[in-house]
Design a protein around this ligand. Sequence first.
Ligand SMILES: C[S@@+](CC[C@H](N)C(=O)[O-])C[C@H]1O[C@@H](n2cnc3c(N)ncnc32)[C@H](O)[C@@H]1O
Length: 256
Amino acid sequence: MNKGSNGLSQRVATCFSAAADQYHSYDVLQQQTAKRLLAQMSPCKHLLDIGAGPGTSFTHLNGLEQVTSLDIAPGMLRILATNFPEYLAVCGDAQNLPFASASVNGIYSNVALQWCDDLELAISEANRVLTAGGEINLSIVAQDSLYQLRDLGFKINQFIAPSRLLACFDTDLWHIEVCETQAVNVYFSDLKAMLQSIKGVGAAIVKPAKATNLPQVTLRGRKDWQALQAKAELSRAPEGLPLTYNISFIKARKKR
Ligand SMILES: C[S@@+](CC[C@H](N)C(=O)[O-])C[C@H]1O[C@@H](n2cnc3c(N)ncnc32)[C@H](O)[C@@H]1O
C-alpha cells in the first residue's frame, strides 16, 4: 500500500480482504449499480477501475486495450488476479493514486469511494491521472442509505449528500455530464440475511468520529433479537425485507 494510507484505509483493507472469498455471494447491490454504470460508459483504450474488488468485466467497451485495477485490499486483488489475469492489479489508495499524470483515458469506480476520508482528494487524483477529455464513471453510496437499519436502532455511517459530492468536482477541471441519485432497493429473506449482506461484502466498518455501521443495538438475549426481528417484519414487502441504498451516479469529463 502507498503512503496515502491512514488508519481508516488500513481497516477498510483488512475488512474487504477478509470478505473477498465470499464477496460474490452478497454483491447484489454492487451488481445492480454496475449494470447502470457500465451502460453509461464511453469506449476508451486504457481504463482504471478504482476500488475494483474482485474485478468487473468490461468486454462491452470497444477498443479497450488495457485495464488497470486498483484496490486497497490485497485479498480482493488476489481474487481479481484469478478472475481477470489479463488486468494489471495494483494495491493502492484512491486518495493517493500510484500512477503518472495523464496515464489513463477512462476511470470506472463502482460503490467504492464512500470509504474515502477525503473524497475531494480522491476526485482530484482521478483528474490528475486522466488524459484531457477522459471520463470518470462513478457510483457512490449517498446520504440516507440504509435507513431501515437506522430505524431499527442501528447506527449507520454518515454517507455524503449528493450536493457535497457534486461540490468535489471543480468546474474548472470537470464537465459534469450525468449527476443523478437514485434509490436502489435490495430485498432479504429476514433481518439476519440483511445484516449478513453488509458483513458479507466487507462493508461492516466503523468510521471514526462520525457514526458506526453495524449493530449498536444492545441485544441482551433471544427476546431482544426476536423483538427486533418483529419490528423489521413490519416493513416486509412482497419481495422480502427491503434495504434502501441511495446511489449517486456521476459521469464527468476532464476538461481540455
Ligand atoms: C463494495 S466493494 C466494490 C467492489 C467493486 N467495485 C464492485 O463493483 O463489486 C468496495 C471496494 O473498494 C475498495 N476500497 C475502499 N476504499 C478504498 C480506497 N481508499 N482506495 C482503493 N480501494 C478502496 C475496497 O477494498 C473494496 O474492494
